[in-house]
Design a protein around this ligand. Structure first.
Ligand code: UD1
Length: 418
């Protein structure tokens, strides 16, 4: 259990290149279970969520090697295991393995994911979709047991464009004979990346990025080398830190389509933003304007995974900002910690009213989740003086050695073991 000690007040400047997106690498790793040949995923971050997912695949007999930043995955000899409570606890994304386990073994048992720190994470949409595909499902108090002996193609209409459910349905359908159509599918860039990856292995998926995805079943997938898209949330987080602290930052390897709503907010705050290819440059004087209304929503709306970081930035903006969280109901837990730093935030249900204060004060705070932790680091960097942010393990789930990257950008931050 580490903590960060941050001497805030420095402007951020320089260049940072983001690695492949966590929210792509995790489903891609799960998808590798469907292939019996070697796959190489390029430029992968060695973050704890990725390491835990690789551990699960290794427990199944898969061979995985991190060579520099490339992940070499060989699932030719894997065998079926139950994803028990211990494994599910270690990585909540294990529910995203239902589709690929069914595709490979015609069965899957995953411990129920239960609640988590950003709100309940129900899986009813996953279950309903799999049932449409002929999967028999038995839910006990702790386990979801799926029997895919009669798995078949069909038309699935998701009741909500869930990212994970869309990914699970695609993976369940890849090796299933016939044509599966997924309607009201999630349109996130990470879904498009999953489609491109599957097609690079010889699969036949089309329509990702729209709300209707078609999967034509193929007999087998072959190995490939694939470079997933850059992490728009990691890139957006560093840009938010620069917006809040002031400075001149260029982020490379960005998926611009995925960042568009976030960049619009930085511009509305008064930052200068320019994009060129996969690079985005942001210049901020640190004296930002409030945002009258910021609503999170499914893509292409503002991503919920950037909501805490933007909230931290808006704590010292001029005026009153209103943030509406429309994806995860408990995603304002970090607000109490920002209040300890002097932020003026009133929460009512899914809304946070943020009244800009002159300055935050250095404090000792604790991260309770990944993006909330990134928000606290952002706030600490914006503060004149020394702050301590506990809970580095949450931040490590999604940011690789964040303190080293920030140091190269001029921040004064160190990691200390507790
Ligand atoms: C993924 C991302 C997460 C991101 C989220 C929304 C990964 C590993 N995680 O999570 O970082 O914040 O998309 O962009 O890619 N829901 C149901 N029933 C279901 C499934 C979802 O009610 O069966 C609800 C959820 O509670 C939530 C909403 O749908 O309110 C969106 O969830 P979903 O898109 O499924 O998010 P995840 O795939 O879990």
């Amino acid at each position: 259990m580490d903590k960060f000690i941050i001497m805030g007040g420095n402007r951020l400047h320089g260049k940072v290149s983001v690695q492949s997106a966590k929210n792509t690498v995790l489903p891609l790793l799960s998808c590798c279970i469907l292939c019996k040949e070697q796959i190489v995923l390029k430029n992968c971050p060695c973050i704890s969520d990725v390491k835990k997912m690789t551990e699960i695949i290794e427990r199944m007999g898969g061979k995985i090697e991190f060579c520099d930043d490339d992940l070499k995955i060989d699932c030719s000899d894997i065998h079926y295991i139950e994803i028990n409570e211990e494994l599910t606890k270690s990585i909540r994304s294990s529910v995203f393995m239902l589709g690929s386990l069914l595709g490979r073994f015609s069965r899957a048992t995953v411990a129920y994911p239960g609640g988590c720190e950003i709100g309940k994470r129900p899986i009813d949409i996953h279950i309903a979709g799999l049932k449409t595909l002929g999967v028999q499902i038995m839910e006990t108090e702790k386990f979801i047991e799926c029997d895919g002996a009669e798995l078949h193609s069909d038309k699935i209409i998701l009741s909500m464009p869930s990212v994970g459910a869309t990914e699970n349905m695609i993976m369940a359908a890849v090796l299933t004979a016939g044509v599966t159509v997924i309607e009201n599918a999630a349109k996130e860039p990470e879904i498009e990346d999953l489609q491109n990856f599957i097609n690079a292995m010889g699969g036949n998926v089309s329509g990702a990025g729209s709300d209707k995805i078609t999967v034509v079943g193929v007999k087998r997938l072959h190995g490939c080398t694939y470079t997933p898209i850059g992490d728009r949330i990691v890139g957006g987080t560093y840009l938010a830190m620069c917006a809040g602290c002031g400075g001149d930052l260029t982020v490379c390897n960005c998926d611009m389509k995925g960042l568009s709503a976030v960049l619009d907010v930085f511009k509305a705050c008064g930052c200068w933003v320019e994009t060129c290819g996969t690079e985005v440059r942001l210049i901020s004087e640190g004296n930002l304007r409030a945002i009258p209304l910021l609503r999170t929503g499914p893509f292409p709306a503002f991503p919920t995974d950037m909501q805490p970081q933007i909230c931290a930035v808006l704590t010292t903006a001029d005026g009153v900002s209103l943030i509406e969280e429309n994806i995860f109901e408990s995603r304002f837990k970090y607000v109490r910690q920002l209040e300890l730093m002097g932020a003026d935030i009133a929460i009512q249900d899914r809304r946070a009213l943020v009244t800009g204060v002159n300055a935050l004060k250095p404090s000792i705070v604790s991260a309770e989740d990944l993006r909330g932790g990134a928000a606290l680091i952002t706030a600490a960097l914006m503060t004149d003086g020394v702050s301590v942010v506990y809970g580095a393990e949450h931040v490590d789930r999604g940011y690789f050695k964040i303190e080293e990257t920030l140091t190269t950008l001029g921040a004064d931050i160190v990691r200390v073991g507790c």
